[in-house]
Structures are given as structure tokens and as C-alpha cells.
Design a protein around this ligand. Structure first.
Ligand code: DAH
Length: 387
């Protein structure tokens, strides 16, 4: 006597291998196929799949009976049961495809897309002219072998003044309208908002030694406000330290930079003797310009008819005392430095006449003067590439 387990789904006639011979597989198939064909939605179809092919499914139950059959019975019945399973599996799949296609048809019929409608406006930001100009500066100076350096905006008195040859009583300090912090720093040096990017010179020389070729763009602060002055503005500092550096290197570098930046070959510089505590000799660099349609346009010598000179930037050979305080031997190393207002460069190149809106955050101004963020931050991206 053989015992067979009976699952709830098994029909009485398929409880034993012998009884299988009497199972009407064709009838089962007929019924299964017609029920599958009649399934009206994916859920009903899934219900049928479980009913027939699930772990406890009726066809799965039939498959289990194969194990209890004699080899002869199995040879005869096996193909029928496997064939039944294949038929049902195939029917389930094709009904599924048909139902999905019908659902898609229905969706396409009910949802219409009007491709002629304008796309909704996606708000996009723009690159601020100051960022654009800083990127342009980095690009130009990178081509000349300069790295970008940076320093803190909250600076100490020593780096901002003393190390730049402006000791405590130096009259040049008064010209800087400095924002001081109320408390003395622990080391006795007063903290302040840096008034220029020049302290980055000292910090970089102390940290990296010589030779050096850097620019240091960044924010600076002075207690000053009118159409061309804001309490916060931007400068870029330049510093080259090497052996045998002289004023000729300075002039060539500035000329190359200004021609590349303003994209004009006819930029003419005038070096005028000046005074800065941190350079000796010091030069003020003027650039020739003319007024066209009420706008200042750079180019030509300031001595040409209809032209004049415009003060552009301060520079000079780094003062020996600054080199010494920055840890370098001035008999071995020389260098030049310069400092330019970034906002001023932007105003001149892109034609703004008031500095204050630069920092007002007025979207109309930003949309007008901003640059497309999709352009590369290269010089070419800056030409006529307004957003
Ligand atoms: N630090 C100066 C200022 O803020 C600008 C300047 C002048 C920087 C001459 C320099 C320089 O490096 O050599 O007004």
C-alpha cells in the first residue's frame, strides 16, 4: 500500500497515479484556457496564475503526482501534464500582453498631449558678472602659469597691514576705512575684515616660499558707500616671485592680461610713478580710452586725440621689507605685485555704470547682466553670452 499526500486543491480523481489515467487533461486545458481568455484585468489574471501554477496550484498539484507514478505511467502521462502547463503558461502570458495593450490604448485615447503648446517656463539661474569675471581672470592667468591662492576674509592686523609695511602709526592705514572687530584677538593682534587682497601675498609666501606665481581673487571690505563704492567689493591680487624679476616682466604681464581680458589688441598702458607701502618702486597703471555713445571704450593711447587715461590698477616691485617679513631673502628673490578691482573690471567690460546693483540681488538686473550657466566659464563663454 502506498500513501500519497493529498493537497486541498487536488481533485479526487488525481489522488493516485493510477487515477491519473482517467484525468481528462483536454477538459482541464479547455476550461483553463477559456477562463484565462475571460480574465478582464491584470488582477483577475494573476488570481488565475496562482490558482493554476502557484505553489498550491492545480497544475502544480498534477505535476507532483508524476513522482508517484510507475515509470510507464510517467512516460505516458508526463508529456500531457507538461504540455498542459506550457499551454496555460503561454495563455497567461499572451492574455497579459493583450490586457496591457488594451490598458495603453485606453490611456492614449483618454490622455491627449498637445505638442504645439509652449513648454512651461523652467526658472534657470544666471552667473553673476563678478563670478564670470573672476572665472575669466583665472582662465587668463592660468594660461600665463599662475595658480589661484586664497586667504581669510576675517584677517588679523599683522597680515593686513604690518607685514605689508604698514606699521601701527602708518598714515596709509587711515585711507583704508577698516572694519575692526570689537575684541582684541588672543595673540594681541586686532582682527578686522581684510581691506584688500594683499595679505594673501604674505600668507602665500610664508606657506609656500619662492618661486611663486599666483593670483588671489576675493571679497574685501571698507566702510565706504556711493555709486562706485560698496562696503564689500572684490579685488584680484597678483604676485610673481622669482630670481631676476623686474618691472619689464610686470609691464608685459599686465599688458598681456588686459589685452586678453578686454579682447582688444589696441590696449595701451601708461605706468605712472606712485606710492604703496608694500611696493618699491610703485606704479599706477593707466589705460587709454575714448567715450563712444556715452560709454567709455578702452583702446588707444590716452594721449591720442579724443582719448584720455583711466586709472586701472596699482602695482610695483614687492618691497624688500615685505619679502623679509614673509620669510624670503630679498637679495635672492624679487618680484612684482598688483591689485585690481574685479567689479570695476566687470563694469568696464560689460557696461554697467553703478556698482551698487551688483550686490542688491535684484533679479531684473541679474537677468540683464548675468551670464548663461550653460556656457563654460571661459573667456569665450563671456563674450556675448548673456543669459
Ligand atoms: N592693495 C592695494 C589696494 O587695495 C592695491 C595694490 C596696489 C595691490 C599695489 C598691490 C600693489 O599688490 O602692488 O588699494
Amino acid at each position: 500500500m502506498r500513501f500519497v499526500s493529498i493537497t486541498p486543491n487536488e481533485r479526487p480523481e488525481i489522488k493516485s497515479g493510477r487515477a491519473n489515467n482517467q484525468v481528462d487533461y483536454a477538459a482541464i486545458e479547455q476550461e483553463a484556457l477559456s477562463r484565462i481568455e475571460g480574465a478582464g484585468d491584470p488582477e483577475a489574471l494573476e488570481g488565475l496564475r496562482v490558482e493554476f501554477l502557484g505553489k498550491q496550484g492545480s497544475i502544480s498539484g498534477l505535476l507532483k503526482t508524476l513522482g508517484k507514478m510507475t515509470p510507464e505511467e510517467r512516460q505516458q502521462t508526463g508529456p500531457k501534464i507538461h504540455g498542459l502547463r506550457e499551454m496555460v503558461t503561454g495563455a497567461l502570458a499572451s492574455r497579459k500582453t493583450a490586457l496591457e495593450a488594451a490598458a495603453l490604448e485606453l490611456r492614449l485615447a483618454s490622455e491627449t498631449i498637445d505638442l504645439s503648446l509652449p513648454a512651461p517656463d523652467v526658472p534657470t539661474g544666471s552667473v553673476h558678472p563678478v563670478s564670470q569675471v573672476m572665472d575669466e581672470l583665472a582662465e587668463i592667468f592660468a594660461d600665463l602659469g599662475f595658480a589661484v591662492a586664497s586667504g581669510p576674509e576675517i584677517e588679523d592686523d599683522w597680515h593686513n597691514f604690518t607685514a605689508l609695511n604698514m606699521p601701527e602709526s602708518h598714515p596709509a592705514r587711515a585711507m583704508h576705512d577698516t572694519f575692526y572687530f570689537p575684541d582684541d584677538a588672543p595673540n594681541g593682534g586686532r582682527m578686522l575684515l581684510r581691506t584688500h587682497t594683499s595679505p594673501v601675498q604674505v600668507r602665500t609666501m610664508l606657506a609656500q616660499g619662492a618661486p611663486l606665481r599666483i593670483i588671489a581673487p576675493g571679497r574685501v571690505y571698507r566702510s565706504d558707500s556711493d555709486a562706485t563704492h560698496t562696503p564689500m567689493f572684490h579685488q584680484v591680487e597678483g604676485l610673481v616671485i622669482d630670481r631676476d624679476i623686474h618691472l619689464g616682466h610686470l609691464k608685459w604681464t599686465l599688458e598681456t592680461f588686459l589685452k586678453a581680458f578686454f579682447e582688444r589688441e589696441d590696449i595701451v598702458l601708461r605706468l605712472r610713478p606712485s606710492y604703496f607701502p608694500f611696493t618699491e618702486p610703485s606704479v599706477e597703471v593707466d589705460v587709454g580710452f575714448a567715450v563712444e555713445k556715452g560709454r567709455r571704450v578702452l583702446g588707444g593711447s590716452g594721449d591720442d586725440p579724443g582719448h584720455a587715461w583711466m586709472e586701472m590698477l596699482g602695482s610695483g616691485m614687492v618691497n624688500r621689507r615685505v619679502l623679509e617679513m614673509s620669510g624670503l631673502d630679498p637679495d635672492e628673490w624679487q618680484g612684482f605685485a598688483f591689485g585690481v578691482g574685479v567689479d570695476r573690471l566687470a563694469m568696464l567690460k560689460y557696461g554697467m555704470d553703478d556698482l551698487r546693483p551688483f550686490f542688491d540681488g535684484d533679479l531684473r538686473w541679474l537677468r540683464h547682466y548675468g551670464f548663461s550657466s550653460f556656457d563654460q566659464p571661459t573667456l569665450s563663454g563671456g563674450v556675448g553670452a548673456r543669459a
